[in-house]
Ligand binder design. Structure first.
Ligand code: ADP
Ligand code: MG
Length: 695
């Protein structure tokens, strides 16, 4: 495989544009992209024509505006290029108008009460900063999505807005420090994607996986992840073949797939790309998730992106590595050799610290989903409490500023391997902290609370906005200062003093931290229904309004969509659990009990003492459990019915969490106990052991 040759071969990227577009058109397009201006229709016509020619050469027959509505997945409606000709034939056509703007019926996408369904019109608009690509015979045009009345209905538009806002504010800071060369500041993101692979045949036998993407029942297998023998373990041939095809496909889409390895839980893996601008990284992550599923299918596998497919082992997350960089490629969060003297770095760092502390609620909201609620706070995942880890070295620097103390830079320690054949090497000045939800990792922040299935647009819109807000206040101050360095140092000192409670270098999984965090006044929204209502707090309406990210109407509609979606997901899960319980589990347990009882009666008929038979004990045990199980079915049935009487989206979500989800968990506990006592032959579903160790 010649990687440089296939890389980006399915993308109408800069190289393809340069090669195919007339010079003038190419220049005009580049200008609109770089300056974020609207595209002229004449330019669009020429671009559309060459894009179509290129697409036809690469086997495409259709085009689609590829967008990210509030469903979380990407949406596409395919139109073929055909236009009828006089003689009853067709030619392949594609106009500038079709490239720039699409008009899908928006009525079936969630809008959170923004439009009545009779006002169905929705528009998609090409985002020329993200390249078009060919997937499955269709030219996919990355687009934004809004309603007829102009309200945004997607996840891309607010992200683009937030990138613009942070650009403006960061430039003000740079300018205050005397930088007049930087033209643009972009935010960069590298999302590390975790996922599970299970065998397709086994998957098909589990209704819970089919309908919910996670198991609703399943007794613990004899072996889980306790030996840590899967993490970075040798990749099995079947998984390796999958990963190879996945890499190759992603490279063709111009995605920098870089790292792949086995994760902690059995059957769990990770793929990390090289970082890119937030917008491209988001589009690419969406495309990566879709491709992971497609390729799995070809290998007789199913890729599970759910945050918690299996109880008892780790769930899946998506570490969102985030930084800011200038158009000349300088990373603004790079501490350089001596961070104590790099006051500009410290100002950007302080902005992030203030942002995270002031807006813990928003970061928690950004990652809230029904799936992620099972993960945050469990096993390896960070807790639902926000805190930041800076490492010993940087913490020392900040301490010295806060208390006006001397700082002597420690030399990076040398690691002595004590084996002649191994070289000694320079260690990093501080270790990692795997438990921190928001960790500084050298020259970027790693936000670890994001769920594996989530679209990262929302998270990054929020990070960009809250950091931009801090930068904006900082810029107000620095622009007025007579001596920028002194003012900046004072600003950093004050910010650290005000926000030091958010910094925590210890173990975020410990019980003590929950207590300590409470003392510090940090928020702890354990679940989505706890967190989401705060989206529309006065502070947040003001923040998003000030920076033009969401209007109050848009924010309210988003809150409503997320809460409604949560209730719907739990409703589907509850109905699935009931279906499995009534149609499969009860009959299976009853059949097994009957079989055992028959054995006992045979023993009795030949004069045996059935009271000392193990079968008798088991019949008693399982009968009791089954009686308990049917009661729990009843409770869950009534809980689901009761939801109809609950009014208000928030109240409804709270009801689903407290009543429905809780009843499902009780039902599951009994089922799992029965499974542990059943013959494998009689249990109606593949076991956890089979699912986790089958590939
Ligand atoms: P790990 O955290 O597993 O050690 P790395 O630190 O190499 O791995 O990187 C993890 C992810 O962070 C990768 O996707 C990488 O491209 C991304 N990353 C590295 N630098 C930046 C940056 N400046 N901005 C955003 N993401 C970055
Ligand atoms: Mg990492």
């Amino acid at each position: 495989m010649n990687v440089p040759e296939i890389f980006g071969s399915m993308v109408f990227n800069d190289a393809a544009m340069k090669e195919r577009l007339p010079k003038g058109t190419y220049k005009a397009l580049k200008k609109t992209i770089e300056e974020g201006k609207a595209l002229d229709i004449n330019v669009a016509n020429v671009v559309a024509h060459s894009m179509k020619e290129w697409a036809l050469e690469h086997g495409a027959t259709h085009y689609t505006h590829w967008f990210q509505p509030m469903t979380g997945i990407t949406a596409e409606k395919h139109d073929s290029f055909i236009t009828p000709t006089d003689g009853g034939g067709v030619i392949m056509e594609f106009s500038g108008k079709e490239l720039i703007k699409g008009e899908p019926d928006a009525s079936s996408f969630p809008s959170g009460g923004i439009r009545a369904t009779f006002e169905a019109r929705g528009y998609t608009a090409w985002d020329p900063t993200s390249y078009a690509f060919i997937k499955d015979g269709s030219l996919c045009i990355p687009t934004a999505f809004c309603s007829y009345t102009g309200e945004i209905l997607d996840k891309k538009t607010p992200l683009l807005r937030s990138m613009e806002v942070i650009n403006v504010q960061a430039l003000r800071i740079l300018k205050a420090f005397g930088d007049s060369t930087t033209q643009r500041v972009i935010t960069t993101v590298g999302p590390e994607q975790e996922y599970f692979l299970v065998d397709k045949e086994i998957f098909r036998k589990r209704k819970d996986l089919i309908y919910c993407g996670r198991t609703l029942f399943g007794a613990r297998p004899p072996k889980g992840q306790e030996l840590d023998d899967h993490y970075f373990g040798t990749i099995k041939p079947r998984v390796s073949a999958y990963m190879k095809e996945l890499d190759e496909t992603l490279w063709k889409y111009g995605i920098y797939a870089k790292t792949k390895h086995n994760e902690v839980a059995p059957a769990q893996h990770e793929l990390a790309p090289i970082f890119d601008s937030s917008n491209i990284a988001t589009d690419h992550n969406q495309l990566t998730m879709a491709t992971m599923k497609d390729i799995a299918d070809k290998h007789g596998l199913v890729c599970l992106l759910h945050e918690k497919p299996f109880a008892g082992v780790n769930g899946s997350g998506k570490h969102n590595n985030w930084s800011m960089s200038t158009n000349t490629g300088k990373n603004l969060l790079d501490p350089s050799k001596n961070p104590r003297e790099n006051i500009q770095f410290l100002v950007f760092l302080a902005a992030v610290i203030r942002a995270v502390d002031d807006h813990q609620d928003l970061l928690r909201i950004a990652v809230a989903s029904a799936g992620n609620d099972h993960r945050l706070g469990a096993n390896e995942a960070p807790p639902a409490i926000l805190s930041m880890y800076l490492g010993d070295d940087l913490s020392e620097v900040l301490r010295s500023i806060m208390y006006n103390e001397e700082y002597t830079k420690k030399d990076a320690p040398i690691m002595e391997t004590n084996a002649d054949v191994l070289p000694n090497f320079v260690k990093d000045t501080s270790d990692r902290n795997r438990t921190s939800p928001f960790a500084f990792t050298g020259n970027k922040f790693e936000f670890r609370m994001v769920g594996s299935a989530e679209n990262i647009a929302c998270t990054n819109t929020i990070i960009n906005t809250i950091v931009a807000d801090a930068l904006s206040d900082f810029a107000d101050e620095l622009e007025k200062a007579e001596d920028v360095s002194t003012a900046a140092e004072e600003l950093v000192r004050r910010t650290l003093k005000d926000h030091k409670r958010i910094i925590f270098n210890g173990d975020n999984y410990s019980e003590e931290w929950v207590e300590e965090a409470k003392k510090r006044g940090l928020l702890n929204y354990r679940t989505l229904p706890d967190a989401l209502p705060h989206y529309t707090d006065e502070k947040n309406i003001k923040l998003f309004g000030k920076h033009g990210i969401y209007t109050e109407v848009e924010l309210r509609s988003r809150t409503e969509i997320i809460l409604e979606n949560y209730s719907k997901i739990i409703n589907i899960e509850a109905l699935t659990a009931l279906d499995m319980a009534k149609k499969d589990i009860v009959p299976a347990v009853a059949a097994y009990i009957r079989e055992l009882a028959e054995t006992a009666s045979v023993v009795k008929s030949i004069g045996g003492d059935i009271d000392i038979l193990p079968e008798t004990e088991l019949v008693k045990k399982l009968s009791n459990l089954l009686a308990c199980f049917t009661k729990k079915i009843d409770v869950l049935d009534r809980a689901v019915l009761g939801a109809k009487d609950v009014e208000g989206v928030t109240e409804c979500a709270v009801y689903y969490k407290d009543k429905v989800l809780a009843s499902m968990q009780e039902l599951r506990a009994v089922a799992d106990e029965m499974e542990s006592n059943m013959s494998a032959k009689h249990w109606p579903y593949p076991s956890y052991g089979t699912m986790l160790f089958s590939v």
